[in-house]
Ligand binder design. Structure first.
Ligand SMILES: NC(=O)c1ccc[n+]([C@@H]2O[C@H](COP(=O)([O-])OP(=O)(O)OC[C@H]3O[C@@H](n4cnc5c(N)ncnc54)[C@H](O)[C@@H]3O)[C@@H](O)[C@H]2O)c1
Length: 426
């Protein structure tokens, strides 16, 4: 048996400790967490307690961790969006392979610079486009590649964010402002850009986009509302009420789901008392109409690929459930499905419908439809094989980031067509 790959985690927050590090506990023969960095002592304490990382291997920042000689095979960069590029560049220079959270950066130049650095250093860079590692999308991609519905013509994808998830992350939370994180199309939808490009099986030629922040603005605050939900006179009629979202909602509230996400973003160790305390004083207790958010709450993107495939994408905050939908059409049939049901329906023209129940063929189901752990299995296999290109390697990932950045240029310019070849100066 091979030795487990060793990882250092830069940014021991939700992704670092909840999505990736647990893989090492489940598969100790494949991965071992040996070091980590976070600016919050509590997160380092959790790293030590849960993953048995010695005190001397816990560092107070990315800078401190990267001032050490190389401590592991892989650096997992799971800091917030604006703090990916600095540790990622430094880790490549130190000789680490990278598991890099998306988005790489919201700067075109930085995305291209990282691509160049990865090529120069010859290290594996797996960008966390976790959806590629789900059975749902990999079965769909295989069907298309095998010509199950003839020559691919169109792809329509929709991301239903769910009203409460949008309010949590993009109105009250970490991704609410472009200047502190990224535009929506990168923060939430760089996965979708990546999947659409992968399904299309070709480079994207041009992009058009429309979108804006329409609803979560002060002028839409109902009469009788207050700065904080707990003080609001009309909270009973408001689906965005923070008390509902964090305490009583079936899908997201502590009383139904316990101390998990999203409550664990408000406080490290959620209890009902600690959550109420945060709602009284913290940012997630704010009225959704009185926040300092500026990212789009709906956006559309139209894409044309070099092989002639056409695609559309819509993301909306305003949905009850949280799932992705996709429909592809080909010259001999169409396929549709959604990641929540985990079912693909194939219609070969003139023939009975074929239903593929992905849930039945999944052996393991962790976050993102199995994508989080699927990606880590892939990373371990990749390093064992010595092939450093990776399914979500840097070239493919930068391409999908450029699609998102092109969409932003288009959106800010009234939906004008942006050619990808005009912006990729690398
Ligand atoms: N791949 C996916 O599907 C997916 C899903 C959600 C989030 N993300 C991305 O993952 C990243 C992390 O998201 P999260 O929800 O875990 O955020 P988080 O805020 O929970 O975690 C980030 C951690 O980085 C720490 N940190 C801040 N400055 C640091 C520094 N200088 N050195 C070391 N650590 C530092 C913070 O204290 C925090 O604990 C984001 O970029 C986000 O967009 C990806």
């Amino acid at each position: 048996m091979n030795k487990p790959i060793t990882v250092a985690i830069c940014g021991c927050g939700n992704r670092g400790l909840e999505a990736y590090a647990p893989f090492a506990l489940k598969y100790p023969d494949k991965m071992k967490v040996v070091a980590g960095a976070d600016i919050k002592p509590e997160r380092l304490r959790m790293l030590r307690e849960r993953f048995d990382v010695p005190e001397e291997m816990c560092f107070a920042s990315d800078l401190e961790l990267l001032a050490q000689p190389r401590l592991a095979d892989v650096m997992i960069v799971a800091t917030q969006d604006r703090l990916h590029i600095r540790p990622a560049m430094a880790a490549l220079e130190k000789g680490y392979h990278l598991l890099l959270e998306k988005p790489i950066s919201s700067s075109l130049d930085e995305c291209i610079a990282l691509r160049e650095k990865a090529h120069e250093c010859g290290r594996a860079v797996v960008v966390c486009h976790v959806l590629r590692y789900t059975k749902f999308y990999s079965v769909l991609e295989k069907l298309l590649r095998e010509g199950a519905v003839g020559k691919l013509q169109t792809i329509d994808a929709m991301e239903h964010v769910a009203y409460w998830h949008f309010a949590h992350s993009y109105v009250r939370g970490n991704w609410r402002r472009e200047d502190e994180s990224s535009p929506m199309i990168l923060a939430k939808c760089c996965h979708d850009m990546d999947i659409i490009r992968w399904l299309a099986g070709s480079k994207c030629r041009s992009v058009q986009s429309f979108g804006s922040l329409d609803w979560f603005r002060a002028e839409n605050a109902p009469q009788g509302s207050a700065e904080r939900c707990l003080d609001c006179g009309v909270k009973d009629a408001c689906p965005y009420d923070a008390e509902k979202i964090y305490i009583t909602n079936k899908a997201s509230g502590f009383r139904s789901i316990g101390p998990r996400w999203p409550g664990n973003v408000l406080v490290d160790r959620p209890t009902e008392e600690a959550l109420y305390d945060h709602l009284r004083h913290g940012p997630y207790g704010r009225c959704v109409y009185h926040c300092d958010n500026d990212v789009c709450d709906r956006q559309t993107v139209s894409m044309e690929f070099e092989n002639g495939v056409l695609a559309t994408f819509t993301v909306s905050a305003f949905t009850e459930a949280c799932y992705r939908y996709v429909r592809v059409t080909g010259t001999m049939g169409d396929i549709e499905g959604n990641l929540d049901d985990n079912i693909l329906k194939i219609h070969r023209f003139g023939e009975p419908e074929e239903v593929i129940d992905i849930g039945r063929i999944i052996e393991e189901y962790a976050g993102h439809g199995g994508g989080d752990f699927g990606m880590l299995h892939y990373l371990c296999d990749l390093l064992e094989s010595g092939d450093t290109r990776g399914l979500t390697g840097i070239d493919a990932s930068v391409e999908s980031h450029l699609m998102g950045l092109a969409a932003e240029i288009s959106r800010h310019d009234g939906g004008k067509t942006v050619l990808l070849s005009d912006i990729d100066h690398g």
